[in-house]
Design a protein. Structure first.
Length: 293
């Protein structure tokens, strides 16, 4: 119980620290972004006055050709023509252009993001004019700009939105850390498996308790095992480095140096010594537990 109470504040403190770090990072990145504006204009496909043929021919041309407007808006020739007005290079301008086709309407919406409202409006207007002059639907049709003036709106996240995103990120990060802290230690899980293998290598095939040395209930469990065997316990370190831990455990259990119920104190990783010690125990000795120090 004491260990659990000690672990909870550590988990809370670590979760709070990670959440604060992640939230601060999101807030800093969000607020450090410069203002962004998006300009929008619309182009409408309509039959050309000079076109010859039926309306069905015009509709077929529009349905087959208009989707190419998405690629045409980012073509090198169009971008090079618009780039001087935008203040961006053709490559950077291409990343700021988007085209939306409204299904079954012949309507296309062009959008351009820029650092200022004037820049966004002028650039998207020039882009719409360049696409209209490209005569993509000729001779059956043409693209006509619907907007005399571009619609410009700010698209950067405002302060309240950035703060909200930062809070959500902080809470998510804190909960993730808390969940990870509740997972069992893989190192200890691997220690148990290697202990089993070490005992099998020593020829011990019966169940042997594997306890953690820092478990507050370890001494009580070992005492219960001693009572179950009906013989005094004996604590044995498998290597000199575990002698101190073995001595403390023996004092806690009031162990007998001549006891035949053996408790081996070993490490959590290397268990070659455990195999050696378990293999040379006297015939009347029984290994009842392994404590990982």
């Amino acid at each position: 119980m004491k260990q659990l109470l000690t672990r909870i504040p550590r988990t809370v403190a670590l979760s709070a620290a990670v959440g604060l770090l992640i939230g601060s990072l999101v807030l800093t990145v969000g607020l450090s972004r410069g203002e962004q504006y998006q300009g929008r204009v619309s182009l409408l496909a309509e039959p050309s006055a000079e076109a010859e043929g039926s309306a069905a021919q015009y509709g077929e041309v529009v349905s087959l050709t208009l989707p190419a407007l998405v690629e045409l808006a980012r073509s090198p020739s169009v971008l090079q023509a618009v780039a001087p007005l935008s203040g961006y290079s053709p490559e950077e301008l291409g990343r700021r252009v988007s085209v939306e086709l409204v299904p079954a309407s012949g309507l296309a919406r062009l959008s351009v993001r820029a650092a200022s409202s004037e820049q966004a409006g002028a650039t998207v207007t020039a882009l719409g004019k360049a696409l209209a002059e490209a005569r993509l639907l000729a001779p059956a049709g043409r693209l006509r700009p619907l907007d005399a003036k571009a619609d410009v709106a700010a698209v950067s996240p405002d302060g309240s939105l950035v703060t909200g995103l930062a809070l959500v990120a902080a809470v998510a990060a804190g909960l993730a850390v808390a969940a990870l802290r509740r997972l069992p230690s893989p190192r200890f899980g691997g220690g148990r498996g290697s202990v089993r293998r070490a005992l099998l290598a020593a020829g011990i095939h019966r169940p042997v308790a594997v306890l953690r040395g820092d478990d507050p209930a370890a001494a009580d469990r070992l005492a219960v095992l001693g009572l179950a065997t009906g013989r005094p316990l004996r604590v044995v370190p498998v290597a000199p480095e575990f002698s101190e831990a073995a001595a403390k455990l023996a004092a806690t259990l009031s162990a007998d140096r001549d006891g035949t119920s053996v408790v081996a104190v070993a490490g959590r990783r290397r268990h070659d010594e455990l195999t050696s010690v378990a293999g040379v125990l006297p015939a009347d000795a029984v290994l009842v537990a392994v404590v990982l120090a």
